[in-house]
Each structure stands twice: as structure tokens, then as C-alpha cells.
Design a protein around this ligand. Structure first.
Ligand SMILES: [Zn+2]
Length: 119
């Protein structure tokens, strides 16, 4: 099992989402960072995010790069990167697909939020 598969499983990503690459790096100031790049399968279609909409295979319109802070991974500050797709729904137009690993609009992942509440 390579690292990308391991992190795909750890983050409970489901198709078409998967971890494309994982990068451990020394950042400025001697800090160590873990950068997890999440991608989706080329050609993937997504359900319209509008509540009650039955379009479940909208084509991707474009993508927007986003970054989320994730739980520290041992001594590494962890971040998730993804180019989030916007899809075109025939009824609702262009809509942003929500990240399955993050709450709406939040910069932190769900796991990180749960941890922050407990601490
Ligand atoms: Zn729709």
C-alpha cells in the first residue's frame, strides 16, 4: 500500500475522490508540514449540491483551488489541498461541489473541528 492509498483510506474518501499525492516537507522556520493533495478522477460528474435537485451527474464547469487545515500528523502541521469542482446543473446553473471532508464554508476539516471542540 503506497502513501496515497493509505491517506485515501484514512480520510475515508470515496470515488471519485482520492489522494493524488502526499508531500512531507520542511517549511520556513524549521517547521515541518504535511501537504495532502486530493484529486478526483478525470471526467468525474457530481450531483447538483442544491437541496432536492435530482441531477446526479452534472459535468464539471471549472475548479477553484482551496486549502484546509487538518489534524496534525505526528510532528507535522497538516493541510489538505484540492481543486474543488464547480458543476453545471441544467436547472440551477453553476454550483460549487461541497468538499466531503469539510463543513460548509469552513477552512478546517470536520476531524479538526471535532478535535478543537474536545480540547
Ligand atoms: Zn440542480
Amino acid at each position: 500500500m503506497d502513501t496515497s492509498h493509505l491517506f485515501t483510506a484514512a480520510l475515508r474518501l470515496q470515488s471519485p475522490w482520492k489522494v493524488g499525492s502526499v508531500d512531507f516537507r520542511d517549511a520556513d522556520g524549521g517547521r515541518q508540514e504535511l501537504r495532502i493533495m486530493i484529486v478526483f478522477e478525470p471526467g468525474a460528474r457530481f450531483p447538483c449540491p442544491e437541496t432536492g435537485c435530482r441531477e446526479d451527474a452534472c459535468p464539471v464547469h471549472d475548479r477553484r483551488a482551496r486549502v484546509w487545515r487538518h489534524l496534525d500528523f505526528f510532528r507535522y502541521k497538516a493541510f489538505i489541498h484540492a481543486a474543488m469542482p464547480r458543476v453545471t446543473c441544467p436547472e440551477h446553473g453553476v454550483r460549487t461541489v461541497p468538499a466531503p471532508w469539510a463543513g460548509p464554508g469552513g477552512g478546517f476539516t470536520l476531524l479538526f473541528e471535532a478535535w478543537a471542540v474536545e480540547t
